[in-house]
Design a protein around this ligand. Structure first.
Ligand SMILES: Cc1cc2nc3c(=O)[nH]c(=O)nc-3n(C[C@H](O)[C@H](O)[C@H](O)COP(=O)(O)OP(=O)(O)OC[C@H]3O[C@@H](n4cnc5c(N)ncnc54)[C@H](O)[C@@H]3O)c2cc1C
Length: 541
């Protein structure tokens, strides 16, 4: 429920519109108190209090929902009772809460909300179906916007969103072949996710064990999450998923195939969605460089209010009711799942690294100035940083634009372009980080600077402040800018662009197999009128 006002007017020269639709009545919603058409003699303005324009979950609803979950997350050996206030998790929760703020902010609502294809109601964008290139590109815009506002990754408004769209297509294919009802189950779950405004993370990565062996060949069969029992009312699962981003900020978790499996590995072919606090699930948060700073009393100065986490999920005979199961041993469809999932994910991740790169440019500019140097001193480096950011963003958008619609309606990015993007995502941001460090100096490179506790020490703090002062701003601002640049480039803010979303060699394999090499050889042959075939050399025996 919000306070609102609206005005109606006849557009014409009075509104500077010049539209030939001069007689059309337009209605414009505004913030309370704003007069939409005060310059029109034909206009009327009405203020309405208590009109229900939308009913998106707010930050408070979201935080309250997280607090209701059973505590099952550990970090540094301690059970976290309340993820919204514990220093190890409250920053990733804050990053996600900003999404709920954005959905309720008239300036950002268009981007952060969408129309449900099922109910026609306005819903949170990250619970929506992506059925056009525009939908996928908006996903990218949100990612860049989120990184700009938080500096890091918001996995629980990202991976689960992609998962539901990918499964929408895969369940349709499975239902057609096997006569299952997976898509209807998924639809029921999506409808409930839309009405509850859930934050949902996604877990593909298994513990894996020996990388040269398939899951069923591992000495310990639990190294990959598997179905240990199929019951009439659901399945029992056992094993682990690891490095799952945004788990502490999520209400539910999609569990998804971690690879492409054959018949021998059918027990590992599973997809389902579970509450984050489901019985039998223990979660242990990973530690990052410098993240113990988050626990210190000086954290508010040394660390942003936002942040990122990745978790290890340990499943010990967890029962998942069948309404929440969308793949159970249909190993033939794991390849499809991975194909669709990685196409969209690896297109969109270009926006993540570009958004973080934008903040790195900002931090580098602050550092230059705080050091007493002008931005122009480093302009060529800053331009290099910007072109790298824009490369992964633009390539991702290109992959989305060149995508295709699956018969189910889901939109999938062009694989060759998306996987090419992943290869660049695994390389270009490191150069952006390097440049941020080069511009910032040693206090950025390794955070080579005393702690804030020392900085404010009553005995020698004033000396540190005296010697840390450089440019026109205070020593404290220079300290904070340096900590931010450190956090972004070698510290706890690093979201993982090398392996996050899958390792680059896997992406290169897709590039290799989707690049029509023979077709390209023929272009070259024809341009030079080479009539004969130029065959591959015979393999020597
Ligand atoms: C910050 C971060 C966030 C993440 N968030 C998520 C998340 O939200 N959800 C999720 O599901 N996962 C997540 N991951 C996990 C990520 O998807 C994996 O790290 C990635 O798939 C690589 O797997 P791995 O780490 O086990 O590396 P490995 O598989 O051990 O790979 C290491 C290297 O070995 C190569 N390699 C592996 N196997 C073979 C083989 N058989 N033959 C030849 N070469 C091989 C790889 O190409 C790579 O170069 C995240 C990871 C990071 C770092």
């Amino acid at each position: 429920m919000i306070e609102a006002s609206f005005g109606a007017g006849v557009p014409g020269c009075m509104h500077g519109d010049g539209s030939p639709d001069g007689a059309k009545l337009v209605v414009r919603f505004t913030t309370p108190g704003e007069v939409p058409y005060q310059d029109s003699p034909f206009a009327f303005n009405v203020w309405v209090k208590g009109i229900e324009l939308w009913d998106f979950k707010t930050r408070d609803d979201y935080l309250a929902a997280l607090r209701e979950l059973r505590p099952n997350i550990y970090k540094f050996g301690e059970l976290i009772e309340d993820v919204t206030t514990h220093p190890a998790t409250k920053r990733t929760v804050e990053s996600h809460a900003l999404n709920y703020d954005a959905a309720n902010d008239p300036e950002l609502a268009d981007m952060y909300t969408a129309t449900s294809i099922f109910t026609g109601e306005r819903i949170l964008r990250w619970n929506s179906m992506m059925q056009s290139s525009d939908d996928l590109i908006t996903n990218m815009k949100i990612k860049r916007q989120n990184f700009r506002r938080t500096g890091s990754c918001t996995g629980a408004v990202c991976v689960g969103w992609n998962a539901q769209n990918v499964l929408w297509a895969v369940t349709q294919e499975m239902d057609e072949e096997f006569g299952t009802d997976y898509q209807q189950r998924l639809k029921n779950w999506i409808l409930s996710a839309q009405s509850k405004g859930l934050a949902v993370t996604g877990a593909l990565t298994d513990a894996k064990g020996d990388r040269s062996l398939k899951p069923s060949q591992q000495l310990d069969p639990d190294t990959n999450l598997r179905v240990v029992k199929v019951r009439d009312d659901g399945i029992v699962i056992h094993g682990a998923k690891v490095m799952i981003a945004g788990t502490a900020a999520s209400q539910e978790i999609f569990l998804l195939p971690g690879g492409t499996y054959g018949e021998a590995d059918q027990d590992y072919a599973l997809a389902c969605v579970v509450p984050r606090d489901i019985e039998g699930l223990t979660i242990v948060e990973a530690t990052h460089p410098s993240d113990r700073r988050e626990l210190e009393a000086t954290a508010d100065v040394e660390v942003p209010d936002t942040g990122v986490t990745q978790a290890y999920l340990l499943f010990e005979d967890v029962f998942v009711p069948k309404e929440r199961v969308f793949m159970c041993k249909e190993y033939e469809y794991t390849a499809k799942f991975i194909q669709y999932f990685t196409a969209n994910y690896r297109a969109c991740i270009g926006a993540c690294v570009s958004g973080q790169g934008d903040v790195m440019i900002g931090a580098a500019i602050l550092m230059a100035r705080a050091n007493g140097l002008s931005t122009s001193t480093f302009m060529s480096k800053l331009v290099d940083m910007s072109t790298k950011n824009q490369t992964t963003y633009g390539l991702g958008i290109g992959a989305c634009a060149m995508g295709t619609r699956h018969p189910s309606g889901s939109w999938f990015a062009d694989p060759l372009t998306a996987h090419t993007n992943k290869v660049l995502v695994a390389t270009l941001p490191y150069e952006v980080k390097r440049l941020a460090q080069e511009i910032g100096g040693g206090i950025v490179e390794t955070g080579c600077m005393p702690s804030y506790k020392d900085f404010t020490n009553p005995e020698y703090g004033h000396l540190l402040q005296k010697y840390l002062k450089a440019g026109a701003c205070s020593a404290e601002s220079r300290f904070k800018a340096a900590r931010l640049a450190e956090w972004l480039t070698v510290g706890a803010g690093i979201p993982g662009c090398m392996h996050g979303g899958g390792s680059p060699d896997g992406a290169k394999l897709v590039v290799r197999f989707t690049t029509p090499m023979e077709e390209y050889a023929n272009y070259a042959r024809k341009i030079m009128n080479i009539e004969e075939e130029v065959p591959e050399p015979q393999k020597r025996k």
